[in-house]
Design a protein. Structure first.
Length: 317
């Protein structure tokens, strides 16, 4: 084998394989554009609603309350309440969940080497949906930190589904990727059947189940955001720290092992972190589709497959 071909396959700068490298200037420009777009989306999301707010007042309220700038108060107390207590937590929760699902989707696609993988590929959605449906059927109403039984069982159902899929896939004689995908589809189908039965038995609670399955940020609040943010941001940050392992998985498990990646351990950790992000997101917002599947692909079209670039940019966009 020639030295040229070895160089093309070997690690580049920072331990990234040369075939995954892209120009840093484009990445910096995309990062700046993402931050600007995020700020515009934040203000635009706050402006949307049944009560009209002036764009200048909205920006001034944010600068005064969030950044502490000594701006003169030219708006009504009602406008400040709408911005800070109603719409800002709603928009931030939407950004948090979207960011987490994009990171989880990029992780699953790299781990499974499947372009159609999304955060729900291992039965997370069916598990969360079944947990929410069971919570509606159970005649128990409890609330803790603004989280009810529905949110708790949805979170537990999502993580439980992934745990069952992972443990069952390890007993299969098939390859690890094939067994994970097939087990995920099988367990997801069984949980979906249980969800359908729960919906049939729910009676007047059917509307509440449908509301959860369609996804919604209407019940967003500062307290719910504060509880979910550490889980989603913390797990996403840990995934980013393991970007080198994800780059290895993109090149195949054998190549990853040759690059010094503990394939079995890293796969389990990354699956657990991505599932935690997904479970936390669906617990507070329901099932949100499209983001976790499409956003990582759009980012890869711009910067290539390097996980060190894809993960943070997917979180921004």
């Amino acid at each position: 084998m020639s030295s040229t071909s070895l160089a093309s396959r070997g690690p580049g700068a920072g331990g990234v394989p040369a075939r995954l490298a892209r120009r840093p200037g484009r990445t910096a420009a995309l990062g700046i554009a993402g931050v600007v777009a995020l700020a515009v989306a934040l203000v635009g999301g706050i402006l949307l609603g049944t009560v009209d707010l002036a764009a200048g007042d909205t920006v001034a309220i944010l600068l005064r309350r969030v950044l502490g700038l000594p701006l003169p108060v030219t708006w009504s107390p009602a406008a400040e309440t709408i911005v800070m207590d109603l719409r800002l937590p709603w928009v931030l929760t939407a950004m948090l969940v979207g960011s987490g699902l994009a990171v989880a989707g990029a992780t699953f696609q790299a781990l499974l080497r499947n372009p159609l993988a999304d955060p729900y590929v291992l039965g997370t959605a069916s598990g969360a949906g079944l947990g929410a449906a069971v919570a509606v059927l159970v005649p128990v109403r409890a609330l803790w930190l603004e989280f009810g039984l529905l949110h708790a069982l949805a979170f537990a159902g999502a993580l439980g589904a992934v745990t069952v899929v992972y443990r069952l896939s390890r007993t299969s004689p098939l390859g690890p990727l094939t067994s994970l995908l097939l087990t995920g589809y099988a367990v997801g189908s069984l949980l979906a059947a249980g969800l359908a039965m729960s919906m049939f038995l729910s009676g007047a609670g059917l509307r509440q189940i449908f509301t959860y399955l369609l996804g919604s940020f209407d019940a967003s609040s500062w307290l719910r955001f504060a509880v979910a943010a550490p889980l989603i941001l913390g797990a996403s940050a840990l995934i980013l720290l393991r970007a080198r392992a994800l780059n290895g998985f993109l090149l195949g498990e054998e190549t990853a092992a040759n690059l010094g990646v503990d394939v079995r351990r890293e796969r389990a950790i990354l699956l657990g972190l991505a599932s935690l992000v997904t479970a936390a997101g669906v617990a507070i917002a329901g099932l949100i589709g499209f983001v976790g599947l499409v956003v990582p692909h759009l980012v890869r079209l711009l910067v290539g497959p390097n996980a060190r670039l894809v993960l943070p940019l997917a979180a921004l966009f």
